[in-house]
Design a protein around this ligand. Structure first.
Ligand code: ZN
Length: 402
């Protein structure tokens, strides 16, 4: 996140406001007395926080329908999500997806465009222009803006909004959040796309409400993200769960990291497709279907035994690596984000088998493996970053201060 930082006195106000906002989101409509009980904050503090939130149009009052009470109906509080909006920008493949949403996450308007072809493109200039154009085109739909979130692949330092490296572009160590904050005046959140996606799974996706989740992204490379005890691992730092560079077959093929036999060289989409092409030809077929992962899954589901064996082997290799993470984090869920999900009936038993045989974590036998909810072009993970910032109070405080 890049924005003006609060002083020490404001930090207590920030934390308290975040707690109250979260409680209203979870329990609304809820009375002030109930909020005081749930938050353990004094009624006077609740009254002041709610007054500020009402003025900022972050919450609104409604009648509580409690038939057991006599006299005039008590006043409840719910979130007022229509008055504030945020913009999410997500780079996916060679495209940029943009969605304007309100605080409930409801989509207001979206657009998609090709990314610039020149690797030397200045990312701050490009994003400044794109953001300016988007709001010019959608001026009539725009309410009060809270923030802009950028979901990017690569190595991102979320705390400072710095892009250290990003696929395809020459950009290196660019303080993108700081520059865009200066140019737009808005709070800017920059986060690695995999971490943001997992946060979205935690708040409103396939593992909603769980505090112990591992997400595995299996594409060209194998990546992972972890939520442990409710906290997103490495949320603010450049560190990533480099599961794809775990050596699984010493002396195997050389990986781009310089080691030999990394998981990426066994289960990445490139090596898998290559193996499949060889197996398809060796089994007497001449015309090759689409030489990609959906093609491999289709062949396997059509009964092509060598294709099934490739997917099972891939599942076992990924399962070996996951078993180590299961021992470390004892997750409730493992979410798989991959085109291989279309052959889940072949892949998942292999994953379960490897994890069951190679881990001892207490939840091992109750572990749920299921597909992740959000596609690579989905901008809803940006909503998760905003929700997270509202719950922590850091974004809330800025909105309360106007
Ligand atoms: Zn490697």
């Amino acid at each position: 996140m890049y924005a003006n930082q609060p002083g020490h006195i404001d930090l207590i106000r920030q934390v308290n406001a975040g707690i109250v906002y979260r409680l209203i989101d979870c329990y609304g409509p809820v009375s002030r007395i109930e909020l005081s009980r749930l938050s353990l904050l004094a009624p006077a503090s609740i009254t002041k926080i709610i007054r500020d939130m009402l003025e900022a149009r972050l919450v609104r009052e409604c009648a509580l329908t409690d038939a057991g009470l006599r006299g005039r109906p008590a006043t409840g509080l719910v979130l007022d999500c229509d008055s504030w909006q945020f913009l999410v920008l997500r780079m996916t493949g060679r495209f940029l997806q943009m969605t304007l949403r309100d605080l409930s996450g409801r989509e207001v308007v979206s657009a998609r465009q090709s990314l610039p072809d020149d690797p030397a493109t200045s990312l701050p200039d490009y994003f400044s222009e794109v953001i300016g154009d988007f709001f010019s085109r959608n001026h009539a739909l725009t309410e009060r803006l809270t923030a802009i979130t950028l979901l990017l692949p690569g190595i991102i330092h979320a705390a400072s909004g710095t892009v250290h490296r990003i696929p395809y572009y020459d950009a290196k160590d660019i303080p993108l959040g700081q520059i865009l904050h200066r140019r737009t005046g808005l709070t800017i959140y920059v986060q690695q796309d995999v971490k943001a996606s997992l946060l979205a799974e935690h708040y409103f996706g396939a593992a909603r409400g769980s505090g112990d989740i591992i997400q595995l992204v299996a594409g060209r490379q194998i990546e992972a993200a972890v939520i442990s005890s409710g906290r997103l691992l490495h949320k603010d730092s450049t560190t990533q769960a480099e599961i794809g560079h775990t050596v699984m077959a010493a002396g195997g093929h050389r990986c781009e990291c310089g080691h030999y036999g990394c998981l990426n060289t066994l289960a990445g989409s490139g090596p898998l497709t290559e193996r499949w092409q060889q197996a398809w030809t060796a089994s007497g077929h001449t015309a090759l279907p689409e030489a990609d992962i959906p093609g491999l899954c289709h062949a396997a589901l059509s009964g092509h035994l060598p294709s099934q064996a490739i997917i099972r082997d891939c599942g076992q290799q990924m399962g070996h690596a996951l078993a180590m993470l299961v021992n470390l984090f004892n997750p409730e869920y493992i979410l798989i984000d991959s085109a291989l999900n279309s052959a889940a009936e072949i892949l998942y038993p292999a994953l379960y088998s490897a994890i069951k045989n190679e881990s001892v974590a207490s939840r091992r036998d109750l572990l749920i493996i299921r597909p992740a909810s959000f596609s690579p072009a989905d901008t809803r993970p940006g909503t998760a970053l905003i929700k997270d910032a509202l719950y922590s109070g850091e974004l809330l405080l800025q909105l309360l201060q106007g």
